[in-house]
Ligand binder design. Structure first.
Ligand SMILES: [Zn+2]
Length: 341
């Protein structure tokens, strides 16, 4: 059905939203990055936030990795983590995002010498401020960086189950470079996480084909798949994802920026949705890919056949696929039910 609206952009801007796949460490806009660098006397080669423009323009994965490492390096104290979280929450609130599951990688910080208690205090404070100052509810997904020499899978879970864990952790993630580090390597860690009530939320099928997604499903008991865009190469996998209603967390601009997909038009979002798979739309590293959730949804509308009904349904699907508490879910659901597509 064609959209009757001629004001989709305005409708979309005001739509209550849910985001399931974005990384705290990929959310530092230039102003935040600059302020944190100044406070910590970290030289990032900029005397104003505008000087950072070049750093945020990248042509290949190495440039992206450089930006990502710079972002890590300015996060030092609990206050830094709290400020980064509340800056993200303010940005989400400005787009009417009501609830987000934010991924963060504890061991990346511990390895830089940040005490995990300091990190925890910052996340807790940031999450409190997100709620009180921006009205945004956040949950955390703590992930394992798969390509590290010692990914620290067990240490990550020990941390999440121990006294220094932040509040509001809902799942265990698996990020980093997929090629050469298949899900099967992490089976026992995810088993332990699930046995302790954490959801299994790995990245899979982003750069590696269907075998990676099958591995995440079979070895990690994945409850959702981060990206999963390579699933279309395997009809059985597509049917399985659709039948079992395993949601994909899609992030089109991320895939284009990292040159996994040739162009926004070529992204398989529309085809995955048409195949009956539960598709959710996300930003991944919004600051570094210079995107917002509103932008991603507008692109889905313009290029991938997402009518306003489908965009609204995608928010309901994201809410259903989320690990928000029952009260928060009910509140957002009631709000979404009042929206006319
Ligand atoms: Zn991601």
């Amino acid at each position: 059905m064609a959209d009757q609206r001629d004001d989709v952009a305005a409708w979309l801007a005001a739509l209550p939203k849910i985001e399931l796949h974005l990384h705290l460490e990929g959310s530092l806009r230039p102003a935040t990055m600059f302020n944190l660098a100044e406070r910590n006397n970290v030289d990032i080669g900029a005397s104003t936030p505008d000087d950072l423009t070049g750093l945020y323009e990248f042509n290949d994965f190495d440039d992206f990795a450089r930006l990502f490492l710079t972002g890590l390096n300015v996060l030092r104290t609990a206050q830094d983590f709290a400020d980064a979280t509340s800056a993200l929450a303010a940005e989400l609130a400005s787009q009417h995002v009501r609830y987000a599951e934010v991924t963060t990688t504890p061991l990346n910080h511990q390895r830089r010498g940040i005490a995990l208690e300091e990190y925890r205090d910052g996340l807790d404070e940031g999450r409190r401020r997100a709620r009180s100052e921006s009205g945004v509810e956040l949950s955390w997904i703590c992930d394992i960086s798969r390509e590290s020499e010692d990914p620290g899978s067990e240490a990550t879970i020990d941390y999440l189950l121990g006294p220094a864990a932040p509040d509001g952790v809902v799942g265990l993630g698996l990020g980093g470079i997929e090629s050469g580090f298949p899900p099967e390597l992490f089976a026992s860690s995810f088993q332990r996480a699930k046995a302790n009530g954490l959801a299994s939320l790995p990245h899979a099928g982003e750069t590696v084909g269907p075998a990676s997604v099958w591995g995440a499903l079979r070895s990690l008991g994945a409850d959702r798949i981060g990206h999963g865009i390579q699933s279309l190469d395997d009809e059985k996998l597509v049917a399985h994802l659709a039948d079992q209603r395993i949601p994909l967390e899609l992030a089109p601009t991320s895939n284009v920026c990292l040159k996994i997909v040739d162009s926004p038009q070529a992204h398989p979002l529309g085809r995955l949705a048409d195949a009956g798979i539960v598709t959710t739309i996300n930003t991944d590293d919004p600051a570094y890919f210079q995107t917002t959730l509103t932008d991603e949804l507008l692109t889905a509308h313009r290029l991938h056949g997402f009518t306003t009904s489908k965009l609204l349904a995608a928010q309901v699907a994201a809410l259903d696929a989320s690990y928000a508490g029952a009260e928060i879910k009910a509140r957002i659901r009631a709000e979404l039910e009042r929206v006319l597509p």
